[in-house]
Design a binder for this molecule. Structure first.
Ligand code: MTE
Ligand code: MO
Length: 220
């Protein structure tokens, strides 16, 4: 127990020295589970991912079709607004940016924002620019294994930071929706679940954008 605490502290000192710990965050070696409401049960036979709104052609992928898309592996640090960060996590999935670059998804020229739509009504909004970056993934696997139900099986949005954190721009973890079922391209922005509840619309952990307006300290 004590050894674990000391290991955690030592690891935290290292990432702090490497400038990989955003302000107000501390390191965890666990992978906490955090979401609102129950964990949905997902049936892969009826599962689809819809790409809709301001795109040239709307798409509905079955699970089988989705798995034929080009795969990407990447290692990222994740930052939760509740103040834990986890480092060097290995992920696999599909890069939304790559799908757009390869013309598999064709956003209309007016598209500026994306809403991630999830099972049971969870949504989160970002600029289109943010989720087309290399540090956003439509993630199917963590640490070489399919996501567990609690972490978003079978598919989640995921945004993090690369070890060299200067770019691209990052966001707190809630900007990746677990149990993802739809990507809506829009011209105007529309606040998602936590954003409506007062969390920051951009949520950059390096700028400590936890809450919108006022002092975030008073929110605890
Ligand atoms: N569908 C859905 N996705 C969600 C949430 C949620 O409540 N529902 N919570 C977000 C928040 S606040 C966080 S911190 C991360 C947590 O991911 P984890 O449980 O895999 O650590 O999921 C995000 N995605
Ligand atoms: Mo969170």
């Amino acid at each position: 127990m004590l050894k674990k605490v000391l290991d955690r502290r030592r690891a935290e000192e290292i990432v702090r020295a490497e400038n990989r710990l955003p302000p107000g965050q501390s390191l965890t070696n666990k992978f906490p589970v955090l979401h609102y409401g129950p964990t949905p049960r997902v049936d892969l036979d009826t599962w689809t991912l819809k790409v809709f709104g301001l795109v040239e052609e709307e798409i509905t992928w079955t699970w089988e079709e989705f798995n034929k898309l080009p795969k990407t592996k990447l290692t990222m640090d994740l930052h939760c607004v509740t103040r834990w960060s986890q480092f060097d996590m290995d992920w696999e999935g599909v890069s939304l940016g790559q799908l757009v670059r390869e013309g598999i998804i064709k956003p209309k020229s007016e598209a500026r924002h994306i809403i991630q739509h999830c099972e049971l009504g969870y949504t989160t909004n970002t600029s289109m620019e943010l989720v087309l970056q290399d540090n956003f993934l439509l993630a199917t696997h963590y640490d070489g294994r399919p996501l567990t139900p609690d972490h978003g099986y079978p598919l989640r949005g995921l945004i993090g930071t690369f070890a060299d954190r200067s770019e691209p721009k990052s966001a707190y973890l809630w900007k990746g929706g677990k149990w993802l079922r739809g990507l809506e391209f829009r011209a105007d922005d529309q606040l998602g679940f936590w954003e409506k509840a007062g969390y920051h619309n951009e949520a950059d952990p390096w700028q400590e954008q936890r809450f919108s307006g006022g002092s975030w300290v008073n929110r605890f």
